[in-house]
Design a protein around this ligand. Structure first.
Ligand code: SAH
Ligand code: SF4
Length: 428
């Protein structure tokens, strides 16, 4: 989501006539696209903003803007301006498009702007200027915001309530991406499974949208993220099973394996319900790569709760998992619950990572000597003469090749695996 938003920012800048500054070159405009999902993301952003101070001294005409989730927290915009008085523009999450107006004004008069829209349901502004940087994959927002209020999460406070884009707007953008030749398109939303609820009153949902997009002629891959387990339905599994161009790759964040913790998190499902969903996916989509997000150290988490999380990881056997230590976010309900000792949380995250790594390693072995269709995405960042790409299930494969393969579908036999990495040879 954040990467795609940066593409929108770069699109606005390019429309204003700016180009990408080379590494080490003085930039005329610097935009910080911030995230505040965890404390370390916020600290990193503040660190980077602080570092630009010396650049700004050397080049006072440089325009510095700070946008994104961090600025949208209550009182944060003004606090940022006070701490970093050299910032010229502070924008919230829903009015990014205003950069187009403010940047020329700052350039002309050095006037400063702070513009945060506090509305919980800000209007969906269609942004037509993208500067896509994601290579063979194009991101496509289908909705904004979130209604779920998981008790640890800041997103609903900084991104407002769920707003779906109309199916027409999505289809138009999808067709433009098809015309531009993208071999992979990823649909984005905080909870794609509740797509359309605000617009179509249950008459048209995510499965319908996905099916319509999948019917578009031509060979390409469609991916989507993120799915909330409480809204993931059987109809969606059927649509994925029916259309070969929808990838067999589902990101289904479980967060915790303990019913007590899931309740405290306000996730609206139990481990039993979650495991039933996984069973239904595996029944219809046996080769589906399932990934997840896991959190340890949530308030009230005891060793037995953590062991439930370890157990669910063992039962599901995720192909990959993003693992996080709970980070307290001001203003969320969990911030006023008793916090877990950071040392205990640290010990749990290490054990969880070790468990997931051993599962990923075992699953990788299962790929050996089999042939998979891989979409070649890029040159390998670490091995010259090699390229890398993903299987339909989302696993990264490195194999011999050059830039001519980028964007092409190749049949690759996996010859070797090493933990999460797969290596192969193209089949002729
Ligand atoms: N909408 C998506 C998640 C967006 S945030 C979903 O519900 O799955 C991505 C992940 O960040 C979450 O799944 C969660 O695991 C993690 N996360 C969110 N808030 C967090 C917090 N306060 N501390 C630690 N991790 C957090
Ligand atoms: Fe945050 Fe929960 Fe919404 Fe995901 S579903 S963005 S974790 S509140």
């Amino acid at each position: 989501m954040n990467v795609h938003e940066s593409e929108k920012i770069a699109g606005i800048l390019s429309k204003l006539g700016y180009g990408e500054a080379a590494e080490g070159e003085d930039a005329d405009v610097v935009v910080f696209n911030t995230c505040c999902i965890r404390d370390n993301a916020e600290r990193k952003a503040a660190g980077h903003i602080g570092m630009i101070k010396t650049e700004k001294k050397k080049n006072p005409s440089m325009i510095v803007a700070v946008v994104g989730c961090m600025t949208q927290q209550s009182g944060k915009a003004m606090a940022l301006r006070e701490k970093f008085p050299f910032i010229d523009i502070v924008l919230g999450t829903s009015n990014l498009a205003m950069l187009e107006t403010y940047i020329p004004q700052v350039a002309a008069s050095r006037e400063k702007f702070v513009d945060i829209d506090e509305n919980e349901r800000p209007e969906v502004r269609e942004n037509e200027s993208f500067y896509r940087t994601s290579g063979t994959n194009a991101w496509l927002n289908i909705m904004y915001g979130c209604n779920n209020f998981c008790t640890y999460c800041i997103v609903p406070y900084v991104r407002g309530r769920e707003r779906s884009r109309t199916k027409e707007a999505i289809k138009d953008e999808f067709m433009r991406l098809v015309d531009e030749g993208y071999p992979e398109i990823t649909l984005l939303g905080q909870n794609v499974n509740s797509y359309g609820k605000d617009l179509y009153d249950g008459e048209y949902g995510f499965a319908d949208l996905l099916e319509e997009l999948a019917k578009t002629d031509g060979k390409r891959r469609i991916r989507f993220m993120t799915s909330h387990p409480k809204d993931f339905n059987r109809k969606l599994i059927d649509v994925i099973a029916e259309y070969p161009n929808i990838c067999n790759n589902i990101h289904l964040p479980v967060q915790s394996g303990s019913n007590k913790i899931l309740k405290l998190m306000n996730r609206h499902y139990t481990r039993e319900y979650y495991l039933d969903t996984i069973a239904a996916i595996r029944e219809k989509l046996p080769d589906c790569g399932i990934t997840t997000d896991l959190m340890v150290g949530f308030p009230y988490e005891e060793e037995s709760d953590f062991l439930d999380t370890m157990d669910i990881v063992e039962k599901v056997r995720y192909s990959n998992a993003f693992t996080f230590v709970y980070s307290m976010r001001n203003g969320t309900p969990a911030a006023s619950m008793p916090q877990v000792d950071p040392e205990v949380a640290k010990d749990r995250i290490m054990r969880l990572i070790a468990k997931q790594n051993s599962i990923t390693k075992e699953l990788s072995k299962g790929y050996e000597n089999k042939v998979f269709e891989v979409l070649c995405e890029d040159l390998s960042p670490s091995k010259t003469g090699f390229v890398c790409g993903r299987t339909d299930s989302g696993r990264l494969v490195t194999f011999p090749g050059d830039e001519n393969l980028i964007g092409k579908f190749c049949d690759v036999r996996i010859t070797r695996s090493q933990s999460a990495s797969l290596f192969g040879e193209t089949e002729v």
